[in-house]
Design a binder for this molecule. Sequence first.
Ligand code: SF4
Length: 177
Amino acid sequence: MPQADCLKTDCSQCAALCCLALAFDKGKDFAFSKNPCEPCRNLSGHLCAIHERLSDAGMAGCVAYDCLGAGNRTVQEVFAGQSWQDDPRLMRVMMEAFAAMREVHKRIDLLRAAEMFALAPQADQDRRAFLNRLEHHRWSGTELNEFEAELALEIDMFLYSIKDHFPVDIFSSLKMG
Ligand code: SF4
Protein backbone atom coordinates (compact mmCIF):
# COMPACT_ATOMS: atom_id res chain seq x y z
CA MET A 1 0.00 0.00 0.00
CA PRO A 2 1.49 3.38 -0.91
CA GLN A 3 2.49 5.57 2.02
CA ALA A 4 0.41 8.72 2.53
CA ASP A 5 2.15 11.94 1.60
CA CYS A 6 3.52 13.41 4.82
CA LEU A 7 2.51 16.93 3.73
CA LYS A 8 -1.15 15.93 3.49
CA THR A 9 -3.15 17.38 6.35
CA ASP A 10 -5.52 14.90 7.99
CA CYS A 11 -7.44 16.52 10.84
CA SER A 12 -9.03 13.17 11.73
CA GLN A 13 -5.58 11.94 12.78
CA CYS A 14 -4.72 15.08 14.73
CA ALA A 15 -5.67 16.33 18.19
CA ALA A 16 -6.68 19.84 17.14
CA LEU A 17 -3.13 21.06 17.70
CA CYS A 18 -3.55 24.19 15.58
CA CYS A 19 -6.73 25.10 17.47
CA LEU A 20 -4.76 24.82 20.70
CA ALA A 21 -1.31 26.10 19.83
CA LEU A 22 -1.81 29.02 17.50
CA ALA A 23 -2.55 32.55 18.58
CA PHE A 24 -4.61 35.00 16.56
CA ASP A 25 -5.87 38.54 16.90
CA LYS A 26 -9.38 39.80 16.37
CA GLY A 27 -9.61 41.44 12.96
CA LYS A 28 -10.70 40.77 9.42
CA ASP A 29 -9.58 37.11 9.54
CA PHE A 30 -10.66 36.24 13.08
CA ALA A 31 -13.82 37.20 14.97
CA PHE A 32 -12.05 37.06 18.35
CA SER A 33 -8.55 36.86 19.80
CA LYS A 34 -6.90 33.74 21.15
CA ASN A 35 -3.64 33.21 23.05
CA PRO A 36 -1.19 30.40 22.28
CA CYS A 37 -1.91 27.26 24.34
CA GLU A 38 -5.51 28.37 24.84
CA PRO A 39 -7.99 25.80 23.49
CA CYS A 40 -10.29 27.57 21.03
CA ARG A 41 -13.78 28.22 22.36
CA ASN A 42 -15.18 26.53 19.24
CA LEU A 43 -13.49 23.20 19.80
CA SER A 44 -15.72 20.18 20.26
CA GLY A 45 -13.41 17.32 21.11
CA HIS A 46 -10.81 17.37 18.35
CA LEU A 47 -13.19 18.98 15.86
CA CYS A 48 -14.29 22.51 15.10
CA ALA A 49 -17.94 22.98 16.00
CA ILE A 50 -18.33 25.68 13.34
CA HIS A 51 -16.26 24.02 10.61
CA GLU A 52 -19.04 24.29 7.99
CA ARG A 53 -19.52 28.02 8.54
CA LEU A 54 -16.07 29.32 9.45
CA SER A 55 -16.06 32.12 6.89
CA ASP A 56 -19.56 33.26 7.79
CA ALA A 57 -18.52 33.28 11.44
CA GLY A 58 -15.65 35.65 10.65
CA MET A 59 -12.94 32.97 10.91
CA ALA A 60 -11.51 33.06 7.37
CA GLY A 61 -8.03 32.76 8.90
CA CYS A 62 -8.86 29.22 9.98
CA VAL A 63 -9.98 28.33 6.46
CA ALA A 64 -6.72 29.64 5.02
CA TYR A 65 -4.46 27.85 7.51
CA ASP A 66 -2.80 24.58 6.52
CA CYS A 67 -0.32 22.89 8.84
CA LEU A 68 1.07 20.88 5.88
CA GLY A 69 0.44 17.64 7.74
CA ALA A 70 2.50 18.63 10.76
CA GLY A 71 -0.38 18.19 13.21
CA ASN A 72 -1.37 14.67 12.23
CA ARG A 73 2.28 13.59 11.97
CA THR A 74 3.07 14.97 15.40
CA VAL A 75 0.15 13.22 17.07
CA GLN A 76 0.59 9.88 15.35
CA GLU A 77 4.37 9.65 15.00
CA VAL A 78 5.61 11.38 18.11
CA PHE A 79 2.74 10.77 20.56
CA ALA A 80 1.28 7.48 19.27
CA GLY A 81 -2.20 8.99 18.95
CA GLN A 82 -2.36 10.48 22.46
CA SER A 83 -4.09 13.79 23.10
CA TRP A 84 -3.58 16.71 25.44
CA GLN A 85 -7.33 16.55 26.02
CA ASP A 86 -6.95 13.17 27.74
CA ASP A 87 -3.75 14.09 29.54
CA PRO A 88 -3.32 17.86 30.04
CA ARG A 89 0.33 17.29 31.04
CA LEU A 90 0.96 16.68 27.33
CA MET A 91 -0.29 20.12 26.35
CA ARG A 92 3.05 21.90 26.43
CA VAL A 93 5.17 19.14 24.91
CA MET A 94 2.66 18.55 22.14
CA MET A 95 2.62 22.26 21.33
CA GLU A 96 6.42 22.37 21.20
CA ALA A 97 6.61 19.26 19.03
CA PHE A 98 3.94 20.64 16.70
CA ALA A 99 5.82 23.94 16.32
CA ALA A 100 9.02 22.09 15.44
CA MET A 101 7.24 19.68 13.08
CA ARG A 102 5.77 22.66 11.24
CA GLU A 103 9.33 23.86 10.66
CA VAL A 104 10.28 20.38 9.38
CA HIS A 105 7.33 20.36 6.99
CA LYS A 106 7.93 23.89 5.72
CA ARG A 107 11.41 22.78 4.69
CA ILE A 108 10.08 19.61 3.04
CA ASP A 109 7.76 21.84 1.02
CA LEU A 110 10.64 24.10 -0.07
CA LEU A 111 13.00 21.22 -0.86
CA ARG A 112 10.30 19.60 -2.99
CA ALA A 113 9.62 22.88 -4.80
CA ALA A 114 13.33 23.10 -5.65
CA GLU A 115 12.99 19.94 -7.75
CA MET A 116 11.74 22.17 -10.60
CA PHE A 117 14.95 24.21 -10.64
CA ALA A 118 17.96 23.48 -12.80
CA LEU A 119 20.26 22.78 -9.85
CA ALA A 120 23.85 21.66 -10.26
CA PRO A 121 24.18 17.87 -9.80
CA GLN A 122 25.76 18.17 -6.34
CA ALA A 123 23.12 20.62 -5.18
CA ASP A 124 20.32 18.37 -6.38
CA GLN A 125 21.95 15.43 -4.62
CA ASP A 126 22.08 17.47 -1.40
CA ARG A 127 18.45 18.49 -1.87
CA ARG A 128 17.37 14.86 -2.19
CA ALA A 129 19.43 13.80 0.82
CA PHE A 130 17.88 16.47 3.06
CA LEU A 131 14.42 15.62 1.80
CA ASN A 132 14.96 11.95 2.48
CA ARG A 133 16.06 12.69 6.05
CA LEU A 134 13.05 14.88 6.77
CA GLU A 135 10.40 12.73 5.12
CA HIS A 136 11.40 9.27 6.26
CA HIS A 137 12.76 9.84 9.72
CA ARG A 138 10.50 8.85 12.63
CA TRP A 139 10.82 11.88 14.89
CA SER A 140 10.93 11.84 18.66
CA GLY A 141 10.10 14.86 20.78
CA THR A 142 13.76 15.23 21.75
CA GLU A 143 14.89 15.20 18.14
CA LEU A 144 12.28 17.78 17.22
CA ASN A 145 13.50 19.99 20.07
CA GLU A 146 16.99 19.84 18.57
CA PHE A 147 15.90 20.28 14.96
CA GLU A 148 15.95 24.05 14.74
CA ALA A 149 19.37 24.37 16.36
CA GLU A 150 20.96 21.67 14.22
CA LEU A 151 19.60 20.15 11.01
CA ALA A 152 17.37 23.15 10.20
CA LEU A 153 20.44 25.38 10.13
CA GLU A 154 22.22 23.06 7.69
CA ILE A 155 19.13 23.00 5.47
CA ASP A 156 18.70 26.76 5.65
CA MET A 157 22.31 27.26 4.56
CA PHE A 158 21.61 24.97 1.63
CA LEU A 159 18.37 26.82 0.80
CA TYR A 160 20.24 30.10 1.02
CA SER A 161 22.72 28.83 -1.56
CA ILE A 162 19.87 28.21 -4.04
CA LYS A 163 17.59 31.05 -2.94
CA ASP A 164 17.86 32.95 -6.23
CA HIS A 165 15.93 30.16 -7.98
CA PHE A 166 12.85 30.86 -5.87
CA PRO A 167 10.48 33.53 -7.19
CA VAL A 168 9.76 34.81 -3.65
CA ASP A 169 11.69 35.41 -0.43
CA ILE A 170 11.51 31.92 1.10
CA PHE A 171 13.11 32.98 4.38
CA SER A 172 10.17 35.14 5.39
CA SER A 173 8.18 31.94 6.00
CA LEU A 174 10.90 30.25 8.04
CA LYS A 175 11.57 31.06 11.67
CA MET A 176 15.27 30.41 11.24
CA GLY A 177 17.59 31.89 8.68
S1 SF4 B 1 -12.67 28.42 15.00
FE1 SF4 B 1 -12.56 26.18 14.66
S2 SF4 B 1 -10.84 25.89 13.21
FE2 SF4 B 1 -10.65 27.96 14.08
S3 SF4 B 1 -9.24 27.71 15.83
FE3 SF4 B 1 -11.36 27.55 16.61
S4 SF4 B 1 -11.83 25.34 16.61
FE4 SF4 B 1 -10.02 25.66 15.30
